[in-house]
Design a binder for this molecule. Structure first.
Ligand code: NAD
Ligand code: MG
Length: 401
């Protein structure tokens, strides 16, 4: 079978958890997709292996020395992939006319400019990089609208909500008879841990997620519930909602990926096994459906679905994110930057788990809220928040073990 339109896909962050799952889905449908460009930060060996398999036209690494190494290896293997380095090269492959679809799966604020370049180019943008939307939600959504891009959320909760909203949804929940969005959260690995025990948890414990296998940064975010806070902000922008219209529901089985409640009492849910290949395949094939390699949901094995309310006393990051969204302007960008610094310090053994929220709160209190009316303003707020977070790290730092 051949397809009239073969999609040319660029995968930003192809060596990560989402990037690898994306290539797995693409490889199941060679008649539908061609890989145009692949990018990674420093994992040059992994990127080489992907280039040998997928033969993209372009590969991008951060550093010129790594790029030279990859160029040499590919030439030796007679693979005709061009290799480039740096942020400008990332924005080029995201925005150039060679691809029509971009998977934005870089982690953190580094994904902002390339994700935005894809939106500005009017492409189909599969957005996994939630931090881009948290930092610059209004600018990002404006860019999507102005360029006529197709923005499809890949974050499983937002993908679920997207599937539960009517076709052509836009312009706010009430216009479509939607009363509330129900954003599910697994609760992370420390759902039952008391406050004292939370002080002592290690990076490896935080990264051992009960249901999902993910990169380390988002795994820590899931454990602090900052991930749900970032997702609350993400949902506000994607679905033109305000925080009061979104209820976070802890659902430990991660089978219901999120829900939309309607004025007539209907609640639509999207369910499935916790496997990111489902939302990725949805985004790649939309509005069609394709095989994602995901096992069918066995409801007898699942047996029960539990729901409980989140504990914001033990997990203050959720409250901090809601407050940042309500404060508006650059506050979500400040929250995101402080969180990135704090999570990196925690993963590095310099900061306790519960100090992540303390650092974020202190940084939010120290930084004035500015208007987020240009990317420069957002990038500036991000930089200042990082500097402030570095100072807070010194205050909260753990003595070496
Ligand atoms: P990951 O750490 O596994 O992979 C990150 C990718 O980005 C890698 O390819 C890495 O090389 C690249 N990268 C990292 N820093 C970079 C930089 N400074 N410049 C350029 N490239 C850089 O992360 P992940 O778990 O795949 O998550 C990717 C994004 O998707 C995140 O924004 C995350 O919040 C979101 N997301 C992930 C999942 C999941 O299941 N993993 C689910 C929902 C949303
Ligand atoms: Mg999610």
């Amino acid at each position: 079978m051949t397809h009239a339109t073969v999609r040319r896909v660029t995968v930003l962050g192809s060596t990560g958890s989402i990037g690898q799952s994306t290539l797995d889905v693409i490889a199941r449908h060679p008649q539908r997709y061609r890989v145009q460009a692949l990018t990674a930060h420093t994992s040059r060996e992994a990127l080489l292996a992907q280039c040998l398999t997928h033969r993209p036209a372009v590969a991008v690494l951060d550093d010129e020395e790594d790029a030279a190494w990859l160029r040499h290896e590919l030439a030796t293997a007679a693979v005709p992939t061009d290799v480039a380095a740096g942020v400008d090269a990332l924005c080029d492959v995201a925005g150039d006319g060679a691809s029509d679809t971009v998977m934005a799966a870089i982690v953190g604020s580094a994904g902002l400019l390339p994700s935005l370049a894809a939106a500005r180019a009017g492409k189909r943008v599969l957005l996994a990089n939630k931090e881009a939307l948290v930092m610059s939600g209004a600018l990002f959504m404006d860019a999507v609208a102005a360029a006529g891009a197709t923005l499809l959320p890949i974050d499983s909760e937002h993908n679920a909500i997207y599937q539960c909203l009517p076709d052509g949804y836009r312009g706010g929940l009430s216009r479509h008879g939607v009363s509330q969005l129900l954003l599910t959260a697994s609760g992370g690995p420390f759902r039952h841990l008391g406050s004292a025990a939370l002080e002592q948890v290690t990076p490896d414990q935080a990264c051992a997620h009960p249901n999902w296998s993910m990169g380390r940064k988002i795994s820590v975010d899931s454990a602090t519930l900052m991930n749900k806070g970032l997702e609350l902000i993400e949902a506000c922008w994607l679905f033109d909602a305000d925080p009061a219209q979104i209820q976070v529901v802890v659902h430990p089985q991660s089978v219901v990926h999120s829900m939309a409640a309607y004025d007539d009492g209907s609640v639509l849910a999207q369910m499935g096994n916790p496997d990111m290949r489902t939302p990725i395949a949805y985004g790649l094939a939309w509005p069609e459906r394709i095989d994602a390699g995901v096992a069918a949901l066995d409801l007898f094995k699942v047996a029960r679905l539990d729901f409980e309310s989140p504990d914001e006393a033990r997990f203050p990051c959720l409250r901090l994110a809601r407050e940042a969204m309500l404060a508006g302007g650059t506050a979500p960008a400040v929250l995101n930057a402080a969180n990135e610094v704090a999570v990196a310090a925690f993963l590095d053994g310099q900061l306790g788990f519960t100090d992540i929220a303390r650092v974020v709160e202190d940084v939010l209190e120290s930084q004035p809220v500015a208007r987020a009316d240009s990317i420069d303003a957002v990038v500036d707020a991000d930089r200042r928040a990082r500097e402030s977070a570095q100072q807070q790290l010194v205050r909260h730092a753990r003595p070496p073990a």
